[in-house]
Design a protein around this ligand. Sequence first.
Ligand SMILES: NC(=O)c1ccc[n+]([C@@H]2O[C@H](COP(=O)([O-])OP(=O)(O)OC[C@H]3O[C@@H](n4cnc5c(N)ncnc54)[C@H](OP(=O)(O)O)[C@@H]3O)[C@@H](O)[C@H]2O)c1
Length: 280
Amino acid sequence: MLQTNTAAMPTNNAGAAIPQLGLGTWQLRGELCATIVSEALRLGYTHVDTAQGYANEEAVGEGLRTSGVGRERVFVTTKVQPQQMGDGDLQRSVTGSLKKLGIGQIDLLLLHWPNPAIPLADSIRALNEVKRRGLVRHLGLSNFTTWLLDEAWRLTTEPFAAEQIEFHPYIEQGKMVSALRRHGMSIIAYCPIALGRVIGDPVIEAIAAAHNRSAAQVTLRWIVQRGLVAIPRTSKIERLAQNLAVFDFSLTDAEMASMSALTRPGSRLVNEPQWVPEWD
Ligand SMILES: NC(=O)c1ccc[n+]([C@@H]2O[C@H](COP(=O)([O-])OP(=O)(O)OC[C@H]3O[C@@H](n4cnc5c(N)ncnc54)[C@H](OP(=O)(O)O)[C@@H]3O)[C@@H](O)[C@H]2O)c1
C-alpha cells in the first residue's frame, strides 16, 4: 500500500468523516470499472463515488468485494437520479442501490440534480426517512445552487454533510463555497482536473515542474490544500497511484494564488441539459 494520507478528513456539522481523496467512476462500466475500483482500494483509496445514473453500481460493488478491503474501510457515495426523487420512488431506488452495490448501508447519499418537476419537500422527506431507517449514514446534495441549498436546509430535519460541485482551477465557485462553508458542509470537487484540461496548462505545468509532480497532482493538491475533497476519475490503473499521491508535498501561498487566478468565464464543463438549474 502507498504511503498516503487520505485519512485527512474535513469535518462538517453532520460529523461525517469524508476521506479527502476519492475515486470518481462516471463513465466507467462493467469489468473495467470493477477492476479500477478494486485496484484503487488495494492501493489505499478509501472513498469511492458512484451514482444511480452511472449504471455502474453493480460493477462498483464487485470491485469493493474483489479488492479484499474491509467494507468498514471504504466510504461509499451514491446519488439518487432526479427521476427517482419523489417520496416512495426515492426510498425504493435506495434499496435498489444497496442491492446493486451489495452493501448494507450507503455512507453518503446525494440528490444528484435538483428536479423542478418534483416538490423538493417530498425529496427531503424521503431522504430523511432513508437516513432514519439506517439505509444511509449521511445525506448530501449535488448541483444545488445557493438558493436551493438554503431551501433544502429549511425543509430538512437531518443535517446535510456535503455537497458535490464542479470545482477546478478554471471555474468560479466563490459564492457556492462560501454558502457551503456557512452551512458547515464538506465540499466535494467533481471534475477536479477539469476532465484532463489541466494537462498542458502552462501555469500549472510550471508549478508541477517545480515540485517534480504532474499537472494532475498539483491540481489535486491545490484542491485538498484548500480543505476540499477531490474525486478524480481515471480508467488507467497506472494513473491511480499518481492521483492519490498528493499528501506528501505542499504548494506555496504564491503557487496556490496563481492557480486560483486561472478562473475564467464559460469554463463550466458539466451542464446536463435536462437538469441544469440557473447557476449562481
Ligand atoms: N455530482 C455530479 O453531477 C458529478 C458530475 C461529474 C462528475 N462527478 C463525479 O466526479 C468524478 C470526477 O469527475 P470527472 O470524471 O468528470 O472528471 P475528472 O476526474 O476531472 O477527469 C477525468 C479525466 O481525466 C483523465 N485523467 C485522470 N487522471 C489523469 C492523470 N493523472 N493524467 C492525465 N489525465 C488524467 C481521465 O482520463 P483516463 O481515464 O484516460 O485517465 C479522464 O478523461 C466523476 O467520475 C464522478 O464520480 C459528479
